[in-house]
Design a protein. Sequence first.
Length: 447
Amino acid sequence: MISRTTDSTQPQDNTTEAHTNLLAWAQEQGIKLNGVKPRALPGRGLGIVATRPLQPNETILHISPSCFRTADTARPRLRKLTSSSFAGGGSSSSNTSLSSHAILAADLALDFAKPNSPRSQRNAPWTAVLPSQEDLFSCLPLAWAETGVWPDIESYLPPAARKILSRQRGEFSTDWDGVKDVLEKDGVTREAYLHAWGLVNTRSFYWHVHHPRHHHHHQHLHGDDSHHHGSTSSGREDRICLQPLADLLNHSSSSPHLCTATFTSTGFHVRTTTPLPEGSEILVRYGRHANDALLVEYGFLPSDLNPWDETPLDDAVIPLFNSQLKELLEENGFWGGYVLDAKTVCYRTQVALRLLLLWPDGPGGIARWKRWVDEGEDGGEEVQRRVDGMLVGILEKYLNETVERMVREVEGCKGGTESQRQVVAERWRQIGRLMRGTIERLACGES
Ligand SMILES: C[S@@+](CC[C@H](N)C(=O)[O-])C[C@H]1O[C@@H](n2cnc3c(N)ncnc32)[C@H](O)[C@@H]1O
């Protein structure tokens, strides 16, 4: 979302007028803004900023449930697509039940395709400020292949990002298969649906009412991670909603001024946690996402430090194991899923590397490893030192052979656009920094 509001082809006063309309419309809907307003922010489209100094614990945005757009508020002919009466109706896609995401996106796509319908008109001031197809496609990896440049930029994404992308692509095509018969009648193309689908993906929330007595989660400090991809509880998928105005809030992983966002029975509330000077941006945390997820799900890469960032080590670690060792790890539930974050080398990695270290000692070594896995019997600091040394070697090799090569290759490739190449290269550099940080930490003797 880089060009929409800073684009020189778009006069600045257009933006202002759109904002004025949006605010007037929001007021009619009963959306309450208190000391905040939308504003264009360089490099991140629109955001919400403070219009006066804010105190801690002020409710700065309130949205009542009647303003939520959910699968239940979609056009009736779309809602019918999920009902069981449709199943067995003879159509090939009849027995797959559609996700809320699919329905919400279809409804939004119809707002765009039929701008003069009374339904679309009702939401016009809100849809007017949504990112254009061009803006969204330029930053959302799922759409990079659609921009017509050269699809192959995708293959330069790091493994974790590619994995999310491939799951996302599967979800999108299932959703499109489920709605296309209905949407194509109204002239909605696959591309137009992808635009709407991507908008829902990047700006929907899990409608999750917090019951104070059941809070086994520890999400009070910095917001509720209620963004679409933010929650891990099951059954959430079908409770996603779009919320005008709240969908203008940008993300931060680690700002000390993060605002909290909560659903209660009276709606959605955004509150400050610290004092905020006039003009500062209101930031919430979408979820505890690693940067690969932020890039693929939301189409941006944070430049500030993300304490939740991590990177898989599978590509670096897995090739070191022969089939016998692989089998041993599989039997014990420790094959693959190796991860590194800024503070820790995950336990699975520790287990795998210990095996690599001990198996040259023969059956005795393997028995020792097994005791360690089963009973936590410690091999002592000496073993840990050798495991750390091994990991340093593995990381250095991966840095030289993969990370640095990928940065060079993606910067020099002809795929995508310059900004897409830069974002992919930057993600690899971040991974490199995470690994170098670990090497330094281990070299200092901290595990
Ligand atoms: C919920 S919307 C927020 C409003 C959005 N900026 C807009 O212009 O409509 C989410 C999108 O905002 C952008 N965004 C959010 N946080 C960001 C950040 N920290 N840096 C850059 N872009 C961000 C991304 O494009 C993301 O997909």
